[in-house]
Design a binder for this molecule. Structure first.
Ligand code: MN
Length: 493
């Protein structure tokens, strides 16, 4: 998109001419037929709202805004990502929207009743030609199953008496909402909501506006996955594993971290994953010690260990899978030793998992194995030092967010979680030099069952010998050859 969006607002002759033919036509995407068959259904979103309403306190309303759009460069926006809570409860993926879910039936002045309202982006052929199709009212009804849908432009004059509710359940507002040209964008919707509801500045004093309850209700629902969600997560995880496998089969010391990232994401997209759930982490050698390393700028990964933490996002659900592999195909003795401790820690955590087990038991089991392993090698002296080389938690829920909403107490059937112990020994650490720059994380995605767990990410090898075997295999990606670049040749880069 190289042309300025400002010319759209200038209504140039060309945009006007081109837009005429669009006006009478419905936007593609209005019907379920235009969606991939395994998308979340209207029944899913409707069911989630029913489940929410059942748990809401009497005389309450839940308020969910879309996420803001964000600037990438000048007049270019980042690819839009919907607020997962909005998507979960409505299936609506567009910005500048607002969902209200009421505990009880409401009545308007014309005698119509409703217990949920969705305010959506107004159809606008001129804008749609530039920034994409909009569902509009009919499309949004069809997608969400919500019968009361209005254009966001109608919120300003919509007659609703927020003062009668004993609870207004809301999420904290994003701090950086741009006030665009539109008179009904997210900025205005939030402003209008604050005015209509007479939201006080000091919310802490006001128990009627309840943010804690918002988190509690959404976490309680979203941490237990429905059958449709589990299907989508299975797919996201399997795709991510295929990415890991193809990279293992292709990787060589002259590859760059960026190229490796590209190979993962190519495999994801080949299988229909729209994006990644978080910035792909491809850390060679010392870079593996940076937990959320996303620059991926090393031009040659060399004969080091390669830590790859990558998660495909498929139809709104993200996987989170990490594999750490030796680029030259063989773990050195030191690498093997550290890797095996992390592997054993992961296995120890796995053993605790089942419906009713505690997050803290899994965490402790993994931590104990890592601490004992590091003490045995003389890398630490006391158990209490383990955080030096294992500085993060054991895992988290995955779902629409990579760190998905959850209560993190007891594990329950149909939760989908990651278990990801790691050991990171940066250069200069207070231990024998031979351990320096070794970084290992093994991260798997698991479905909690009544009696144990199902390892969803079993498609990618975890054991030392299985990884070495996989690296020996050939990938179809292996022999791609691109012409070398001409630019910069004379200057030597
Ligand atoms: Mn993770």
């Amino acid at each position: 998109m190289l042309t300025s969006i400002k010319s759209l607002l200038g209504l140039s002759t060309i945009t006007l001419m081109l837009s005429v033919s669009l006006i009478a036509q419905p936007a593609p995407g209005d019907t379920e037929d235009d969606l991939p068959k395994d998308y979340l259904t209207k029944d899913f979103h409707t069911g989630r709202r029913i489940a929410l309403r059942n748990q809401m306190p009497d005389n309450s309303v839940m308020v969910i805004f879309a996420f803001p759009t964000r600037t990438y460069s000048n007049d270019v926006e980042y690819l839009y990502h919907q607020n997962p809570d909005m998507y979960y409860f409505s299936g609506y993926k567009e910005p500048h929207s607002l969902l209200l879910v009421f505990k009880e039936e409401q009545h308007d002045s014309l005698g119509n009743s409703y217990n949920e309202i969705l305010f959506v982006q107004k159809r606008n052929p001129k804008a749609e030609q530039w920034t994409g199709r909009r569902l509009g009212i009919d499309g949004a009804k069809n997608r969400s199953g919500i019968q009361t849908v209005y254009n966001a432009t109608d919120f300003k004059n919509f007659n609703i008496d927020f003062s009668k509710f004993s609870k207004i359940i809301y999420d904290r507002f994003p701090a950086d909402v741009p006030d665009g040209f539109d008179s009904a964008d997210l900025f205005d919707l939030i402003k209008q909501f604050k005015e209509k509801s007479e939201m006080p500045e000091q919310l802490k004093e006001q128990k009627r506006f309840d943010n804690r309850l918002f988190i509690e209700l959404t976490a309680g629902l979203r941490e237990i996955k429905t059958a449709e969600e589990i299907d989508l997560l299975r797919k996201a995880v399997e795709i991510s594993c295929h990415g890991q496998n193809e990279v293992m089969k292709t990787v060589h010391p002259n590859m760059s971290e960026l190229e490796i990232q590209g190979l993962h994401e190519f495999v994801h997209k080949k299988h229909g994953a729209e994006g990644v759930g978080y910035g792909s982490i491809i850390g060679a050698g010392e870079n593996g010690c940076i937990l959320h390393y996303m620059e991926n700028t090393k031009t040659k990964v060399g004969n080091s260990m390669l830590l790859m933490d990558v998660g495909a996002e498929y139809h709104g659900y993200t996987a989170d899978v990490t594999r750490t592999v030796p680029v030259d195909g063989k773990f050195s003795q030191e690498e093997k030793t550290i890797y095996q401790i992390v592997y054993d820690a992961q296995e120890a955590a796995f053993k605790t998992l089942k419906n009713g087990s505690k997050w803290s038991d899994a965490s402790q089991a993994a931590k104990d194995v890592i601490a004992e392993g590091l003490i045995k090698l003389g890398i630490i002296k006391y158990k209490s030092e383990v955080g030096k080389y294992y500085p993060h938690g054991l895992g988290h829920h995955i779902g629409m967010d990579v760190h998905d909403r959850g209560n993190y107490g007891t594990l329950k059937k149909d939760m989908v979680i990651t278990i990801e112990p790691g050991i990171y020994i940066p250069e200069g650490s207070d231990c024998d030099k031979k351990w320096w720059s070794i970084a290992v994380r093994i991260e798997d995605d698991l479905l909690i069952t009544q009696t144990g767990y199902e390892l969803l990410s079993h498609f990618a090898p975890r054991k030392i010998e299985d990884i070495e075997k996989m690296i020996k295999e050939k990938s179809v990606l292996d022999n791609y050859k691109l012409p070398p670049l001409e630019s910069g040749k004379k200057k030597g880069f």
